[in-house]
Design a protein around this ligand. Structure first.
Ligand code: GDP
Length: 388
């Protein structure tokens, strides 16, 4: 048998998710990886990759002198090629490696092979979709095995005859999933109030960019417009409602109906009225707001730049009322309002390393195990989740 025939075919795959970053990473694994990459890579130093020490970074071009600029790192049996993030660049690199003998591995398969298990691979994939750092930290804990460990411990408890203790663990996981799951259910915050009180302007400022054109005509914002942002590190949907107005025209009335169809999902309502209106004690739509029982509400007094200092003081001191005073024109009160929203959302604290279910299939499996009529069925459901 020749030495060559014992060498496994090198495998190539793209590690980074499509279209999200400025840089894409193509990985080559297998004892022959340095040799195959050397057939395509031209280092600026003129040295081959085989001559480049393991762990050292090499800069150069892919293919010929006009090829894509790339940065390459190698170890004994693997190479990573870092190129521009667009799909075309990584695809071209994968194709050329295929033409020199590499086997192409799809990203999903690659993750399943290179991570400890399917849960960790799924966490890797979910990580590519997150929008906040807090979510990313939760997923990194799962990539590092937090969920797997928890499930394995539940299985050990079942094996040692402690089914109730195992079910307590499962219940904690399910509860956490429903209570704080930032992946499926972003917190919904409805921004409500009469037309022209400054709802759209406020949302734009909270989100930090000009999402919609703001017109100075009552009833401009007719439908529900949802903007996703992050507040206090959690995903939040700010929902801009149609203006509330007595004698609303039929289109606005439709908007109001839409609100009532969906408002039960709200975690919080921002009731916006102009500061002067609050001062005069006559914010509109009392009847409307009385229908939002049980949903926490923050009172926002907008356009405080239109009040004089003594009027502002009066509003601040009004007994029994806590207002968040804002002015978009002067950019006042926005940080305080963000803090107020964050405090009400109050997502449960997740200490580092906490096991968290992060997709519905997992939640269904654990619920199945928790509801199982016997230890054997419960065990089977957990094992299936670990093996999936
Ligand atoms: P919406 O109908 O409640 O969404 O109100 P908009 O956000 O469309 O604002 C209505 C008008 O009020 C626009 O002309 C805004 O420029 C103006 N406006 C919004 N916020 C403020 C503010 O803090 N101060 C002042 N003076 N005008 C504002």
């Amino acid at each position: 048998m020749t030495e060559r025939s014992t060498v496994e075919t090198p495998r190539v795959g793209v590690l980074t998710p499509a279209g999200r970053g400025a840089i894409a990473v193509v990985a080559v694994r297998g004892a022959d990886s340095v040799r195959v990459v050397d057939r395509c890579f031209r280092a600026a130093s003129g040295k081959s990759l085989a001559e480049t020490p393991s762990g050292r970074v090499a800069f150069g071009r892919w293919g010929d002198a006009d090829g894509e600029e790339v940065v390459v790192t190698r170890s004994e049996d693997s190479v990573e090629v870092h190129c521009h993030g667009g799909a075309a660049a990584s695809r071209a690199i994968v194709e050329s490696l295929k033409s020199v003998g590499c086997q192409v591995v799809e990203q999903q398969e690659w993750l399943a092979e290179t991570t400890a298990g399917s849960i960790e691979a799924a966490a890797h994939r979910a990580l590519a979709q997150v929008v906040t750092e807090r979510e990313a930290l939760v997923l990194l804990d799962q990539i590092n095995g937090a969920l797997r460990k928890d499930l394995e411990q539940a299985l050990e408890l079942i094996d040692s005859g402690q089914l109730e203790e195992a079910k307590d663990r499962m219940f904690t996981l399910i509860n956490r999933w429903h209570g704080c799951n930032p992946f499926l259910h972003p917190t919904q915050v409805y921004v409500m109030g009469a037309p022209n009180v400054g709802k759209s302007s406020l949302i734009n400022t909270l989100v930090g960019f000009e999402r919609s054109i703001v017109f100075d005509v009552p009833g401009t914002t007719r439908d529900l417009v949802t903007t996703t942002t992050a507040i206090d590190g959690w995903k939040v949907e700010l929902i801009d409602t149609a203006g509330l107005r007595r004698g609303a025209d039929s289109i606005e009335q439709r908007g109001i109906d839409i609100i009532f169809d969906s408002i039960h999902r709200a975690k919080l309502v921002l009731h916006v009225a102009e500061a002067r209106t609050w001062l005069e004690g006559k914010p509109s739509s009392k009847v409307f707001f009385s229908r939002l029982k049980g949903i926490p509400m923050i009172k926002v007094a907008s356009k405080i730049d239109l009040l004089n200092p003594s009027e502002i003081q009066k509003l601040e001191k009004r007994a029994g009322d806590k207002f968040f005073l804002t002015s978009i024109v002067r950019r006042q009160g926005i940080d305080e309002l963000l803090e107020g929203i964050g405090a009400i959302m109050n997502p449960p604290a997740l200490p580092a390393g906490t096991a968290v279910l992060f997709n519905k299939e997992q939640s269904d499996r654990v619920t199945e195990a928790w509801l199982a009529p016997s230890a054997a069925v419960s065990k089977h459901a957990l094992q299936a989740l670990l093996a999936e």
